[in-house]
Ligand binder design. Structure first.
Ligand code: ADP
Length: 488
């Protein structure tokens, strides 16, 4: 199958968060399974050009309609981790992608609307049309709209569209100029069953357009697919999602196992695997030394997370107190998304600084995250909502036992040691439901007790987690089934 992936991010050349890893991981596995895969990205000035191989120009002058004129774009092509990737570079006085960043500009809806039109203009010029255009999140939400409203008549008749929702909190809400800028008709499209926003009917909701116009819509776990249809996790789009529920599916994300493997990880002092789990003890010792914690017989409870409302700020804070009160050591690595959250954790850091049992690192540190997974025993993820969640899957690969709230992808990947109906070999963590301190304690308390009183059982949980299949193999097959079902 011939698949063109369109997104705002792809690791490692244009990465803000998990979306970039998903785009790369899925594309690579689809290629490995014999499909023809290519990607189209904006040519941001902040691309990691040093990580693109064989970058060369394939188009000098691709004219793209924008408002009442045409913007000339050049298109470059190169290899990103073996994936053929096209980069669109508009020559416009607005410097659409020369802002030193990927997102975060007031004109983001306009920037990405332009990109969406440019992608289709580019595909139209080529000899062969893809079977599938796979788009991600709101940034590329106008691709399906343009495909059916404009490009069908221009001759782009072959591709069908799959859109993946990674985070419904961002919907790309904007004025109707954004439609006019790329040649779409606001009068026709600003209706409740098309693109008018659920909260403000005068505004355009780009993500809503993606849901309405795509042939298939996926989100990143089966539980989250159910939640967005039936709870406020639909973030206002429940009605639209419901109307299109026949085309909604949940597929769990995979992990890039080349990056996340304790057997080959270069960031840790001692590599290990299920057959030499005692090796992990050296990483625990190294972590303690690095963070100034004392060597003693105690579990290390960890948190590696964005410190954000989504992640359950109150319960993250409660985890620190509860772990310390119950004889554990505590390590937290996190970057706050808002000033009040930063202040909350800075205050705890001030109080625990110099403690032999507690270390808070408030920032983003990729290398330390590997070392924490290698050294920790327990990881706590008490999310309010979690479309998929990679952290629990990563931690399990490193033999860390997850304590998670039963929500979204956490519910689909972590199975409770005491209460799950899974086979013994498949239980791999501790799970709770209530978004309260008592809820958290009901699972974290059990995890700590297992470590202290039933070490053999705890070890088995580690091993079960390490052998959980979190590769891209099965998710890719599920995407292919969906692509097969919608392609012409
Ligand atoms: P989300 O994408 O909502 O932040 P995920 O669990 O899907 O949550 O993915 C988060 C990724 O970012 C994981 O790989 C996690 O280890 C990593 N991460 C989160 N916070 C930090 C941090 N402060 N430093 C380093 N890595 C982090």
């Amino acid at each position: 199958m011939y698949i063109t992936t369109v997104g705002a991010e792809c690791a490692p050349v244009a990465k803000v968060g998990g979306l970039a890893d998903v785009v790369r991981g899925l594309s690579r596995e689809l290629m490995r399974q014999g499909n023809e895969v290519e990607m189209v990205l904006p040519e941001y000035d902040c691309l990691r050009f040093d990580l693109i191989e064989d970058l060369h120009r394939v188009y000098e002058d691709l004219p793209v309609p924008f408002y009442d004129h045409r913007v000339s774009c050049s298109v470059d092509c190169g290899l990103v981790d073996g994936i053929r990737c096209f980069f669109i570079d508009p020559h416009s006085e607005h410097e659409l992608f020369n802002r030193g960043l990927i997102y975060g500009e007031v004109d983001d809806p306009g920037r990405f609307a332009f990109f969406s039109r440019a992608v289709l203009e580019f595909l139209l010029t080529r000899d062969k049309q893809p079977d599938i255009i796979h788009c991600h999140d709101w940034h590329t939400g106008l691709v399906p709209v343009l495909r059916w409203e404009v490009f069908e008549a221009l001759g782009l008749t072959h591709p069908h569209l799959c859109h993946t929702l990674h985070n419904l909190a961002h919907q790309g809400v904007s004025g109707d100029y954004v439609l006019r800028s790329v040649g779409l008709d606001p009068v026709r499209l600003l209706t409740p069953d098309r693109l008018s926003d659920w909260a403000n009917p005068q505004a355009v909701n780009i993500l809503k357009g993606a849901i309405v116009y795509s042939d298939s819509v996926t989100t990143v776990s089966p539980s989250h697919a159910r939640e967005i249809l039936s709870t406020d996790q639909g973030m206002g789009l429940q009605e639209t999602l419901h109307r299109h529920r026949h085309k909604i599916h949940g597929i769990i994300n995979g992990l890039d196992e080349e990056v996340w493997s304790p057997q080959t990880d270069r960031n840790i002092v001692q590599t290990y695997g299920p057959e030499n789990l005692p090796g992990k003890a050296r990483d625990k010792q190294a972590l303690r030394r690095k963070l100034g914690l004392q060597d003693r017989s105690a579990p290390i409870v960890s948190i590696v997370s964005r410190l954000d409302r989504q992640k359950g700020v109150e319960l993250l804070r409660h985890t620190i107190h509860y772990a310390l009160e119950n004889g554990c050591q505590m390590v937290l690595l996190g970057k706050a998304s808002e000033a009040w959250i930063d202040e909350l954790f800075q205050e705890i850091k001030r109080r625990t600084d110099g403690s032999p049992d507690c270390h808070l690192e408030l920032g983003y540190d990729e290398e330390l995250s590997h070392q924490i997974h290698a050294g920790a025993d327990i990881i706590v993820i008490p999310s309010v909502y979690e479309p998929c969640g990679l952290t629990q899957m990563i931690a399990m690969k490193y033999g860390v036992v997850p304590v998670v709230r039963r929500v979204g992808g956490l519910a689909d990947t972590v199975f409770d040691a005491n209460y799950s109906d899974k086979a013994f070999k498949e239980v791999n963590g501790l799970v709770f439901d209530e978004l309260t301190p008592a809820g958290l304690e009901s699972a974290l308390g059990r995890a700590i007790r297992l470590w202290l009183e039933y070490p053999e059982y705890f070890r088995q949980l580690r091993l079960n987690g390490m052998s959980t299949d979190s590769s891209w193999f099965e998710p890719s097959r599920q995407y292919l089934d969906i692509f097969d079902s919608i392609k012409a």
